[in-house]
Design a protein around this ligand. Structure first.
Ligand code: FAD
Length: 467
């Protein structure tokens, strides 16, 4: 019996459901990764940190597999053609992969299941990314949960050690052909600033961050997680996205450390996978259909100011500049800027979702769509529409001394703490004395928050009328 393991967003050689199952069932196991030409062609910037991250992670994975007698076959093309062709070439009876919940991935996997079946082979999909998936957790009425708290309670109640036990991967790999991982130029891409940013791809990068987080911060996460100037969170999202670390290992450690607040975040991740899987219409449309009646403003200059961090609201601008600089943004700030785009600028959440999808290293359709629809109030368990973040009070609360703002908006570095959150309230003479004139050195506020708030309440009134 021969098997082919198709790696996708699970770039590690341990605690891997598909790999463990293939190794348990077959005498000889091949491993492959396909750079999907459709996905790569859609990326607007050929200096894409995600492609760079994947490429480096593959080099490490290939090395790890070779050390165990195997190796990775890496191809570039359309998986719908290449996977059946490869299975045939290798004589594999079955292809093993870990389940993906995105609509496009599900379609692709269904097509490949059919092509393999026509050859008398099987695509075996396993649960790996999530602790619970699909309809494993249902309400008493037998429906998927759409509210987080009861979902979390059901998740915790059902959890047994077997649900987060490691998938042990034994060793009987088939040696790989001598087929090195393509370079970035081979793929039509260029190298990025991952190194300068200190982002280390692969299992070793994940291990470094994880060891650092679990050694201390995991215990203080609840107290520190909302302050973007503080090193409080794990920074593991890009690794969870590409599977260079296993969710089961993280859950096991979070339970042992009684790190409930952090575990909650990992449960949110499962929740949004399940929501996208069960309610695929949310990709593109409002989860709650009545919110599709909202008329958004078409305001390209407002969108550009938001994207570039020039709205005149220092916390929003610092956050957007953090994203543009590094491909990562703190969770509190993702909520603040998403609320600002939709409820202060009146711009469609899909435009923000798209910008995040292009920029975020950890971009994940499920969490990104969930986060945006939460902020726009159209989501499953969303912020009510009349709750509108005040960007100045958020700034006072979560960056009280303006440390984060000063890091990313250096033109405000000399502004005193009492004005840092709303620099336009400084007197003209004071501005001149500091050499920070609002409107010259830093923009004035692009909208008046109180007026924008009133406009938003009126905009959302169609939802109330419709429901
Ligand atoms: P930690 O705080 O250390 O959390 C640990 C892990 O839990 C994260 O790595 C992530 O995998 C998961 N997690 C945390 N919060 C959430 C959440 N709200 N929803 C789902 N999973 C969560 N996260 C993404 O991974 N990809 C995205 O594209 C994404 N887009 C977002 C868009 C918006 C508008 C908002 C409000 C949130 C978004 N998030 C997204 C969730 C969250 O902001 C990031 O996961 C987090 O900031 C990553 O940093 P970290 O790894 O240090 O997280």
């Amino acid at each position: 019996e021969k098997a082919l393991v198709w790696f996708r967003r699970d770039l590690r050689d341990h605690d891997h459901a598909a790999l463990a199952a293939a190794l348990a069932n077959a005498e000889s196991v091949h491993c492959a990764f396909i750079f999907d030409t459709d996905i790569l062609a859609a990326l607007p910037d050929k200096r894409d940190r995600r492609v760079h991250f994947i490429r480096e992670s593959l080099v490490e994975l290939d090395c790890a597999l070779r050390a165990r007698g195997g190796g990775l076959i890496v191809r570039h093309g359309l998986p719908a053609e290449l996977i059946p062709a490869l299975a045939q070439e290798l004589g594999a009876n079955a292809v093993y992969a870990n389940r993906d919940y995105e609509p496009a991935a599900k379609q692709r996997d269904a097509a490949i299941t059919d092509s393999l079946a026509a050859q008398g082979r099987e695509l075996i999909l396993l649960k790996d990314q999530a602790i619970f998936e699909r309809d494993e957790l249902l309400t008493q009425a037998g429906r998927p949960y759409t509210v987080f708290t009861p979902y979390r309670n059901a998740w915790l109640k059902r959890l047994t050690p077997a649900d987060h036990a490691e998938f042990r991967c034994t060793n009987h790999f088939a040696p790989a052909h001598d087929n090195p991982v393509p370079t970035l130029p081979d793929l039509g891409f260029a190298s990025t600033d991952l190194d300068e940013l200190g982002i280390v791809p692969g299992m070793s990068g994940a291990r470094g961050l994880w060891d650092d987080f679990r050694a201390g911060r995991i215990k203080r996460y609840g107290a520190l997680r909302d302050f973007p100037a503080v090193k409080g969170v794990s920074y593991l999202s890009v690794h969870l996205r590409f599977g260079t670390i296993s969710i089961r290992e993280l859950v096991t450690a979070a339970l042992a450390a009684e790190a409930d607040t952090w575990l909650n975040e990992l449960i949110w991740r499962d929740f949004y996978f399940m929501i996208l899987d069960r309610f695929p219409h949310a990709a593109g449309r409002a989860f709650k259909p009545e919110y599709d009646a909202i008329r958004w403003d078409d305001w390209p200059a407002g969108l550009a100011a938001w994207q570039q961090g020039r709205t005149g609201y220092p916390l929003v601008d610092a956050a957007m500049r953090q994203l543009n600089h590094s491909g990562w943004m703190h969770n509190r700030l993702r909520m603040v800027v998403a609320s600002f785009l939709t409820k202060d600028l009146g711009i469609d959440w899909r435009q923000g979702e798209k910008y995040f999808a292009d920029q975020l290293n950890d971009f994940d359709l499920s969490a990104n769509n969930g986060g945006w629809q939460w902020a726009a109030s159209s989501g499953c368990d969303a912020q009510p529409y009349f709750r509108i973040f005040n960007p100045v009070s958020q700034s006072e609360k979560f960056d009280p001394e303006g440390k984060f703002i000063r890091r990313y908006v250096p033109e405000l570095s000399k502004v005193p703490d009492k004005y840092i959150h709303a620099p336009w309230t400084m007197g003209r003479l004071e501005q001149e004395a500091l050499g920070v004139v609002i409107g010259r050195d830093y923009p004035g506020p692009i909208v008046d928050h109180a007026a924008a708030r009133a406009k938003t309440l009126a905009r959302y009134a169609v939802v109330k009328k419709g429901s």
